[in-house]
Design a protein around this ligand. Structure first.
Ligand code: ZN
Length: 221
């Protein structure tokens, strides 16, 4: 009997990670979605992730990472810090949480090894990295080496969105047959509005711009 192909997906219920989840579902026999509870201002993010997994019958594991909020208070977790409307000219935006992907991926790797899984899928993108240093390809490559050495176990961190932008991410969702699902059921907005979002925050603007560009091309197809 052929061994079942398994993967874990870092899953927030947003556009990128949901696209990755369905990308994985199309390629693996078994997919486990992993979400983090790190005291997000909008608990809706977790609810949204739960709802998607329930509806599409995907195994879902939620890890408690509230520690992150103690370490690095930021605009995504603290009610008294407003999210920047525009990305700053220099430095990281205030929605950046130092070490977030490092910690998330490390915890996911420990979990994956326990399950005998080697493949970890994450929706980080260098094209749209919004100034987040731990979304870069060089960081992912370096982390794979570190995790392999730390646990004496081979990991693959697979990043389907690394070199594509938001417009192409919409296209990928369309190819996977989940265009409407991503549009209507995911939460990318920093203000917690599902689907089209608030339209004001940097995350909504990025998502909307990509969608508009893709729609123009889609109409011509
Ligand atoms: Zn928004």
């Amino acid at each position: 009997m052929k061994e079942k192909k398994k993967a874990v997906v870092v899953f927030s219920g947003g556009q990128d990670s949901t696209t990755c989840l369905f990308w994985a579902k199309a390629r693996y026999d078994e997919v486990i979605a992993i979400s983090f509870d790190y005291g997000q201002k909008h608990i809706k993010e977790l609810e949204c992730a739960k709802a998607i997994c329930k509806k599409y019958e995907i195994k879902h594991h939620i890890m408690d990472l509230n520690l992150l909020n103690q370490l690095a208070p930021n605009s995504l977790t603290r009610a008294d810090i407003a999210v920047d409307k525009e990305a700053p000219e220099e430095g990281t935006p205030n929605s950046f949480v130092d070490g977030r992907n490092l910690l998330f991926l490390s915890f996911v790797a420990v979990y994956a090894k326990q399950q005998g899984i080697h493949d970890i899928i994450t929706g980080v993108s260098q094209s749209d990295f919004s100034g987040y240093p731990d979304c870069r390809d060089v960081f992912i490559k370096s982390l794979v080496t570190t995790l392999d050495l730390a646990m004496d176990y081979h990991f693959e961190i697979i990043t389907p969105l690394m070199w594509i932008d938001k417009e192409e991410t919409w296209e990928l969702a369309d190819e996977l047959g989940v265009f409407d699902l991503i549009r209507e059921e995911t939460l990318t907005c920093y203000n917690g509005v599902i689907g089209a979002g608030c339209g004001e925050c940097p995350s909504c603007k990025l998502r909307q711009r990509g969608l508009e560009h893709y729609m123009k091309r889609r109409e011509k197809k």
